[in-house]
Ligand binder design. Structure first.
Ligand code: ZN
Length: 311
């Protein structure tokens, strides 16, 4: 479809001034070539005055938001669209408190769960793996001494980082929380993140060995000393990403990130980082809405099962 998206706040306000305009937009994103029944994949359906679509084949009824993160929402789509704009138009994103204040949401919990729902939409299903030469390393996040480098952190989460080499700069990245720095964990992350045939560049940590058998070329740079500067020079891209990630967690979220929810913050950071050169913030708005209608709904209850929100 034609990605017609707003380029400024004013355009967004004008384009999505009514509930109907929001619904139409989601319908175009979800069913670009016409209605497809979420139940039986039937392709013939018609809407009633309450915007419920009836499938001709199975006779079931669906709204355009059924099965998406917007399903069952009690607030107008117009408020959701403004939340998506806030999340995508600011370079570092929005905090739950900021979202609550700007949109006048009744509770912190609502803002918090909206941000988590949107984070779940930030991973595109079937996205392509990293390619070319890719640096890989791990770092600890959270805990009392952020930035500590080592492989035995306590009260911290271990995050694997993969960063494509793009000339002297960084291409795309992938982040993934791993339980430990074992061969199984590191190889598992690499297989998820990087397309076979690529060159994986790591330090001399023994568990990385064996990548050739998984279809990768392995380039190893061994540390001569134990200093942090040496590490940063050997794998400059992953170290730059690690520093930016920690700064973002401490800045935008003021370190108020529960390790239980870290995966979703990693997804948001990755979404932003990989689109950092996008000339138009409006395009991010479009992409996030597009992905938001492709995924399953999550309830507040399902999110807090993994932990409680906190300010
Ligand atoms: Zn059907």
């Amino acid at each position: 479809m034609d990605p017609n998206y707003p380029k400024t706040l004013l355009e967004m306000e004008q384009q999505f001034a009514t509930e109907d305009a929001c619904r139409q937009y989601l319908r175009q994103l979800r069913w670009p070539s016409g209605f497809v029944c979420p139940g039986c994949q039937g392709e013939v359906g018609w809407p009633d005055r309450l915007h419920r679509w009836t499938c001709q084949r199975c006779r079931r009824q669906f709204t355009v938001t059924a099965g998406t993160i917007f399903e069952g929402t009690r607030l107008p789509l117009q408020v959701w669209f403004r939340a998506v704009w806030l999340v995508t138009s600011q370079k570092s994103g929005a905090s739950a408190l900021g979202l609550q204040r700007v949109l006048g949401l009744g509770s912190y919990e609502t803002a918090w769960s909206w941000l988590h729902k949107l984070r779940r939409a930030m991973v595109r299903p079937g996205r392509e793996g990293l390619k070319g030469t890719v640096e890989v390393d791990e770092t600890f996040v959270g805990g009392v001494t952020p930035g500590a480098k080592g492989r035995d952190g306590e009260g911290k989460a271990l995050v694997a980082i993969a960063a494509e080499q793009d000339g002297k700069g960084i291409g795309r990245i992938r982040l993934g929380r791993i339980p430990d720095a074992s061969s199984a964990s590191l190889h598992g992350f690499i297989q998820q993140a990087i397309t076979p045939g690529s060159v994986v560049h790591t330090d001399g940590w023994a568990p990385y060995q064996g990548l050739e058998e998984l279809g990768y070329a392995h380039s190893i740079t061994r540390l001569k000393g134990k200093s942090k500067t040496a590490a940063a020079e050997l794998l400059p891209r992953v170290h730059r990403v690690a520093a930016l990630l920690k700064r973002w967690l401490l800045g935008t979220h003021q370190g108020a990130v529960s390790l239980k929810h870290l995966d979703y913050y990693l997804d948001e950071f990755t979404f932003r980082f990989n689109r950092r050169r996008s000339a138009s913030r409006g395009k991010l708005f479009f992409r996030l809405l597009e992905q938001a209608v492709q995924i399953s709904p999550v309830t507040y209850g399902e999110i807090v099962q993994q932990g409680t929100p906190h300010q």
